[in-house]
Design a protein around this ligand. Sequence first.
Ligand SMILES: [Zn+2]
Length: 278
Amino acid sequence: MKLIMQIAAFVTIIIFVSVTLVFAHKISQDKFTLNPQISQECRNNSSVPCPNPTTLGNTPFIPDQQLDNQQRFLSTIANKISTIPPFDTFEYIILRAYGTAFINQEQGITLPQKVILDNESETQSFQDTISMALVDGTQECYLQKTAVEALNKARMLANISLKSGYSGDCLRSFATNLRFWNKYTNSETLAQVKAGKETKILGLVAPPGTSQHLWGLAIDLQVSTPAQRQVLNQNGWFQTIINDLPHWTYLGWSEDDLPKFGLQQKIVQGIKYWVAPI
Ligand SMILES: [Zn+2]
């Protein structure tokens, strides 16, 4: 009987130690996966404030509200892209035009680690990493799943149609982005955009590899009433590209939160846009 008791005690101790070890290992793994990569830019550049590691992980990063708008925006996106492009480079111009989507910090939302996707294979590799879903009532309109869920909610509350009804309203390939660009521009336009001499075109069509539609976080809609706009805003969707009226971007925050990340409100021809402050 004593022997049985001793064996039982021994087995109990072994089980206890095993469970403790497995649990401790899991915690250290979780810590590792939750610890985000602090960007190179933040380490190298003292003008970009480093995020506080203890506030990262599942908790969204909210920049220090003492910072100005530009610093708030840049410190937020420093968590997302590996290097903040130098001022007035092509990448910086694109970040200014389309970079608002990088404030999205929802679980399940994936952003590329750079502002410009260089070619079809880089675009495809990025798109392979995202979790997609079909917008309700469509045959081929794909977006990131979390963005779709928010859009479906908005469309249940207000009748909102897609712009054309074709897949080009939603997730696009690099080739589609390029085709649209070639349709509206000539052989000089890209060089003019890169030199900072042409910005208006960015409200009509995105240069190759730069569209928010490549990220699955934008959709072109037919929106005409304040009620439709309100319901989209209440579900995290905003107009962010000046003069691109049908274009909506999924930011995933309530409107009250947008200024915390430095986003600025601009009213152009009666339409409210939220734009990057850079
Ligand atoms: Zn669009």
